[in-house]
Design a binder for this molecule. Sequence first.
Ligand code: C5P
Length: 233
Amino acid sequence: MTADPQHWVVLPAAGAGRRFGGPIPKQYLPLRGRRVIEHSLAVFVQHPLIAGCVIALSPEDEWWQDTAYADHPAVKRVAGGAERSDSVAHALAALAGNAADDDWVLVHDAARPCLTTEDLDRLLAALVDEPVGALLAVPMHDTVKAAEDAFGARVERTLPRQQLWRAYTPQAFRLGQLREALAHCRAQGIAITDDASAIEQLGLRPLLVEGRVDNIKITRPEDLSLAEFFLDH
Ligand code: C5P
């Protein structure tokens, strides 16, 4: 008999947050008396189904050591990489000693401090008997325009929104399969901005689990005020 798969968490936190600006990376900004990253980790550290967390940090990181989780026994730190996907790959390599290839790994952005236990539970429930993996996501309610180019302010066309979802995190995949998917994208030179995209490149179709819209990623300065409001309500 094979044991039930365990659930691990990977937090890529090695980004410099250039779009946000400022001297402190966005995951370390103060939010409701704690750092953003402490909120992002808390929900996992307190959850009975989470076996452990690996956090990928920049080699220049000078803030992690002052957080509440710096010496937590369930949180291991590794060096991140040049891209988010490299940081995730490093964390997966560090998990390999303790985790099995068919264990679930939940990858969550360090800059998403408003994840609720209810959303996490919904994702974990969706993984039972799930062959591929799943991600929290929110259906698109706005009309979506494609611009002429990355810098263009003119509309090139309107995308049909009926099938569009915003991909949030956590995103959960089998350790072995996610490692294979990230290695495949790296070898092929395919740039990805989330883990589901890597799994899709293997020809697989992750499950979309509808989550709360307030599980935002801190990207712009005004997102901090929004996160503060969401944490209070
Ligand atoms: O830049 P973006 O907001 O998409 O980053 C998402 C997450 O990935 C953040 O938590 C960031 O710290 C992390 N990241 C990383 N390594 C990088 C770039 C980003 O761990 N090289």
